[in-house]
Design a protein around this ligand. Structure first.
Ligand SMILES: [Mn+2]
Length: 260
C-alpha cells in the first residue's frame, strides 16, 4: 500500500505549508506531490520553493511559476515585481524546468496530475463545467504527451476542493494548501491510497480523501505585514474568510481598523 499526499497552490504561505506537510507526515504519507503555484500572493515564496524542493518528489508547473520566472519587464500587475524579487535566480530557474503534467499508476488506475487543465496552466476549468471540459481532462494533448487515457485526473488552480465521477472517470481538485477560496479557510490537501503495482493494470482498492487543516493564521498575517507585502489586506481577508478578493467589497469583507 502506498499513500500519496497531493498539495497545490501554497502561494508563499509558509505557515500553512508547514502545517499541511506535518499533517501528511502524521497520516503516514509516503510521498508528496505538488501541483504548482508554490509562490506569489503570500510573503515567503522563496522559502516555500526551498521546502518544496526538500519535501516533494515531484512538482508540476502552475501559472504563477510561468509568470514569476519570466522577464521582469513583462510583469505589470500590482505586486508582481515584489513577488518576483522575493525569489532567487535559482528559484526561478527551478520553476522554468518543471514539467506541465505527471502520470503514475495506483491500484491499476492511471492517475494524471496537471495544474489547471490539459491545455495550459492558464486555462481555468471551474467546478461547474461543461461535459466537454470534463472530457478534456482525460484527453491527450501537447501538454500531457502521448499515452493511454487516464482513469483519474487530479488538478489544482481553483483553490476549491471537490471531486466527481462521470462514466467511470474520476476528476479531483485537491484545493489549496496555502490560500483556500472555497469558503472554508482551513487548508486543503488530498490523500490517495492504493497499491503501487509498478505500472500494472491489476485492479485493487483505491481510496482518496480530502484533509482540511487549521493553522496559525495570525502568524502568517504578521509575516506578511512584517515585510510590507503588497496587497496584504486582500491576502488577510482571503486567509480569514476563504473568499476570493474580487468578491470582498460586494460582500462587505474587510479588516476592521481601530477607528471602525
Ligand atoms: Mn493558484
Amino acid at each position: 500500500m502506498v499513500r500519496i499526499a497531493v498539495v497545490s497552490d501554497v502561494h508563499g504561505n509558509l505557515t500553512a505549508y508547514r502545517a499541511v506537510l506535518d499533517d501528511a507526515e502524521r497520516r503516514g504519507a509516503d510521498v508528496v506531490l505538488n501541483l504548482g503555484d508554490v509562490a506569489g500572493k503570500g510573503p515567503r515564496g522563496s522559502a516555500c520553493v526551498a521546502l518544496t524542493r526538500e519535501r516533494c518528489a515531484l512538482t508540476v508547473k502552475g501559472n504563477w511559476e510561468v509568470v514569476l520566472s519570466e522577464d521582469a519587464r513583462r510583469l505589470t500587475r500590482p505586486g508582481m515585481q515584489w513577488w518576483r524579487a522575493e525569489l532567487t535566480d535559482d528559484d526561478r530557474a527551478w520553476m522554468r524546468g518543471l514539467p506541465l503534467a505527471h502520470h503514475l499508476r495506483l491500484s491499476g488506475r492511471l492517475v494524471r496530475f496537471v495544474h489547471a487543465s490539459t491545455d495550459s496552466p492558464f486555462t481555468r476549468i471551474w467546478r461547474h463545467h461543461s461535459q466537454a471540459e470534463f472530457d478534456s481532462f482525460f484527453e491527450q494533448t501537447p501538454l500531457t504527451g502521448e499515452g493511454p487515457a487516464p482513469d483519474v485526473v487530479v488538478y489544482g488552480d481553483l483553490h476549491h476542493a471537490y471531486s466527481e465521477v462521470i462514466g467511470g472517470r474520476t476528476l479531483i481538485n485537491c484545493g489549496s494548501a496555502g490560500n483556500p477560496l472555497d469558503e472554508d479557510p482551513q487548508l486543503s490537501y488530498l490523500l490517495l491510497e492504493g497499491e503501487d503495482d509498478d505500472g500494472g493494470e491489476r485492479p485493487a482498492a483505491f481510496a482518496y480523501q480530502f484533509v482540511r487543516v487549521p493553522y496559525d493564521l495570525d502568524a502568517e498575517v504578521a509575516a506578511a505585514r512584517a515585510v510590507s507585502m503588497p496587497l496584504t489586506e486582500a491576502y488577510e481577508v482571503e486567509l480569514r474568510t476563504g473568499v476570493y478578493r474580487s468578491l470582498h467589497s460586494e460582500r462587505g469583507l474587510r479588516i476592521p481598523t481601530a477607528d471602525g
